[in-house]
Design a protein around this ligand. Structure first.
Ligand code: NAD
Length: 346
């Protein structure tokens, strides 16, 4: 089975930085990446085009790192982490010695094209040039630089220091070596890279999120549910399971007999639901067989019961953690209300 924990990055923190990362654009994702990479022991060099951006970035960095520290999620003092993050007024300086450039500028094609032209010209010849772009595919701006074989998308979950998945989306110009190097660097940072095999809009993360959102909007529009009803079903239902397993493993474990049994029982109902929204993408026998083969390679059926117990054990831990968090929240609220006994007499 794929390992289900974020790799420990503590060992990388000792000694010289394993990698140097340049962050181009120090807004919300830029800062979040700075936290993520610096926490893994990397040296981080920040740059931004707009004056004043660093003032906000420094405050945000301190805030996020402080939160991780209070949660016991740092393996060193915050000051040691801050010491690895530097701020540069000049792009060329921020790019010096960087093994990875993580572009985090606004989602606008002309900005990305202009930046990649500069990044391609001034970065180290071995550097991976990654864009955090959520929707624009990299072949649209990789052509702005002669270093196009080093350009790819590395789209994070937000924030990357808490959501380890990162989608790597090469374009037709990206070299295999660049993808391997990117995988190596992100893994060393504690990320979980997933390679997307074609330049599809929204990649995987936002396509899956989009499918759910499209249906949610329809249900609200048709008066079937309120906004909070939908959020409740995900918060206390689907989402709890998705914290430990994905949609394919969910249905594989929900039905004895796995994917094939689930597709037989539920396939026609899902087909009708799709048809009611004008969608016709049947789960053909071949497609179900392909999904079944991939799942069986990950989980032979003779380990099915054991895996169901594993899932339930994870859900128990999550339920307990959420319960503790909710108690802590209640206690904080009670603590912040002054006791009548401690109030001074008027
Ligand atoms: N916010 C998210 O949830 C999220 C998640 C994944 C990916 N992304 C992607 O990350 C990228 C950055 O998004 P964000 O939410 O951090 O945006 P943001 O607006 O918070 O930050 C953008 C930063 O870029 C700077 N900037 C403006 N023009 C620039 C230029 N010409 N060159 C360099 N920097 C410039 C701004 O000063 C700002 O600091 C986008 O491509 C976005 O789609 C965002």
């Amino acid at each position: 089975m794929p390992d289900d924990v974020t790799p420990s990055v503590a060992s990388a923190v000792e000694g010289a930085p394993r990698f140097i990362v340049s962050i181009v654009g120090s807004g919300s994702i830029g800062v979040a990446f700075a936290v993520h990479f610096a926490r893994a022991g990397f040296a981080v060099r920040m740059w931004d085009a707009l004056p004043g951006a660093f003032d906000r970035a420094r405050v945000d960095l301190a805030d996020r790192v402080g939160m991780l520290d209070r949660a016991g999620m740092l393996s060193e003092q915050p000051e040691a982490l801050f010491a690895r993050v530097s701020f540069h007024e000049i792009l060329f300086e921020a790019l010096q010695s960087a093994d990875l450039v993580q572009e985090c500028a606004p989602e606008k094609l002309d900005i990305k094209r202009e930046l990649f032209q500069l990044i391609g010209a001034f970065s180290e010849p071995h550097a991976v040039l990654a864009s955090s772009s959520s929707a624009i595919v990299s072949s649209e701006f990789a052509t702005a630089t002669h270093a196009r074989e080093r350009v790819l998308i590395a789209h994070p979950g937000n924030p990357p220091y808490l959501l380890p998945v990162i989608e790597l989306v090469p374009s037709r110009f990206t070299s295999e070596e660049t993808v391997h190097r990117a995988e190596e660097i992100y893994r060393a940072a504690g990320s979980r890279p997933v390679r997307v095999r074609s330049e599809i809009e929204g990649f995987l993360f936002n396509r899956l999120q989009g499918a759910l959102l499209r249906e949610a909007y329809c249900l609200v529009r048709d008066g079937v549910a309120t906004v909070d009803d939908i959020d409740e079903v995900v918060r206390n239902g689907l989402g709890r399971r998705w914290a430990v397993i994905g949609p394919f493993e969910t249905v594989d474990l929900n039905t004895r007999g796995g994917i094939v049994a689930h597709a037989e029982k539920m396939g026609p109902a899902y087909e009708r639901m799709g048809a009611s929204r004008g969608q016709h993408d049947p789960w053909t026998t071949d497609l179900v067989a392909q999904v079944e083969a991939e799942r069986r390679a990950l989980l032979p059926l003779d380990q099915w019961d054991e895996r169901v117990r594993w899932r339930d054990d994870k859900l128990v831990r999550i339920a307990r953690a959420l319960q503790d968090a909710s108690h802590a929240e209640t206690e904080n609220v009670i603590e912040s209300v002054p006791s009548p006994l401690s109030r001074e007499a008027p």
